[in-house]
Design a protein around this ligand. Structure first.
Ligand code: 5AD
Length: 358
């Protein structure tokens, strides 16, 4: 049965549900890894992400920077600070800068446009990805004129009812229209969704995956939902890292050429998963073998090698320390940022997993 499904040209919703619920998913992981190797090779792209404002006018019920979270100190980075951070990231070797923020009206098209052109004027200018939520058609055109290359806007969930329950403002239709507009203006377009949202089913995840293909996306960020105690979803169960990896693997089968990041949320939960196994295995930088003299990890099971099930991108926060903790979408540990050292560490880690950092 699995073989038949994997050989199909087009997977439908039923096929995807059947794959997601398999007792032994390893044939699908292998197929995803083969697709990854054939279509995008062994390169892992490193992206530097600057979270430049945590001011947000939206009230997404899962998100820590929702405007409803009154206990969160709000910040906006200044234009010069953003440029300085981007310049350091480029010096450290990053070829893509991701500018991410809440939906903050202070950053008008003109203000954000200036920042994009600042970055594009650096020597050896990087690709610029914008991840600032839903904007007007005119804004998308303007950012493109100023040099933006890519736009990330996760659809979050493809279930319209669930979307409504989670988002007091905005509809799934508006979200999808926005993504199609972005795509139409020639951006490399990224969407994505969360796995394990309360009320989500395997059918929803299958619909999420098919939506990525329908848009169609060049990038897709798929991460587990992590309950944030400062949101109305405090106390809900976290998404399952294994189910999340399965979704990433199927995304690779559906979108062979796409850039699929290993989301930060997945690393957060996978680290917990591994530390619960009690063998000290960790996926975070600096925790692996070099420190204790063990051999590089040769096994390629997904829990051990985060690049063995389809992902080919890593996003690294380069947000200055003074702001990092206030960009708390979900609870995570914040290590001190050292843009250069962090990049070297990440490169080492990626090589240890037999991939080529770029
Ligand atoms: N758990 C996991 N991911 C979340 N995001 C927001 N809140 C959470 C949460 N509680 C993700 C959304 C959003 C991105 C910036 O972070 O997918 O698009």
């Amino acid at each position: 049965m699995i073989k038949e499904i994997l050989q199909k040209k087009q997977l439908n919703q039923d096929d995807i549900v059947r794959l997601l619920e398999l007792a032994d998913f390893s044939p699908v992981y292998k197929a995803a890894d083969r697709t990854r190797a054939e279509h995008v090779g062994d390169v892992v792209h490193l992206r530097a992400i600057i979270e430049f404002s945590n001011v947000c006018k939206r009230q997404c019920r899962y998100c820590g920077i929702s405007r409803e979270n009154k206990s969160l100190p709000r910040f906006r980075m200044r234009r010069e600070e953003i440029l300085e951070t981007a310049a350091q990231a480029v010096d450290a070797g990053y070829r893509t800068i991701v500018l991410q923020s809440g939906e903050d009206d202070y950053f008008t098209a003109e203000r954000l446009g200036e920042i994009i052109s600042d970055i594009k004027k650096l020597t050896n200018p990087p690709a610029v990805t914008i991840s600032c939520g839903e904007r007007s058609r005119a804004d998308f055109v303007y950012f493109k004129e100023k040099g933006a290359d890519r736009y990330l806007l996760k659809h979050e969930t493809a279930d319209a009812g669930l979307y409504d329950r989670l988002h007091p403002c905005g509809t799934l239709k508006e979200r999808i229209d926005c993504l199609k507009t972005i795509q139409g203006f020639g951006y490399e377009t990224g969407s994505g969704f969360m796995v394990g949202l309360p009320g989500q089913t395997l059918e929803t995840i299958a619909a999420d995956l098919l939506l990525l293909k329908e848009i169609p996306c060049q990038m897709a960020g798929i991460g587990p939902f992590i309950a944030n105690p400062k949101t109305p979803l405090a106390g809900e169960k976290n998404g399952d890292p294994e189910l999340t990896r399965r979704a990433v693997a199927i995304a690779r089968l559906l979108l062979p050429e796409a850039n699929l990041p290993l989301t930060t949320a997945l690393s957060v939960l996978s680290q917990e998963e591994n530390s619960h196994q009690g063998d000290g295995r960790q996926q975070d930088a600096g925790q692996t073998d070099e420190n204790n003299g063990r051999q590089a990890v040769r096994s390629d099971t997904p829990a051990e090698n985060p690049f063995s099930f389809g992902a080919n991108v890593v996003m690294k926060k380069v947000t200055p320390d003074e702001y990092k903790a206030a960009y708390e979408i979900y609870p995570a540990e914040f290590k001190k940022t050292d843009i250069f050292a962090d990049r070297r560490e990440l490169e080492q880690l990626i090589k240890k997993f037999h991939r080529i950092p770029k």
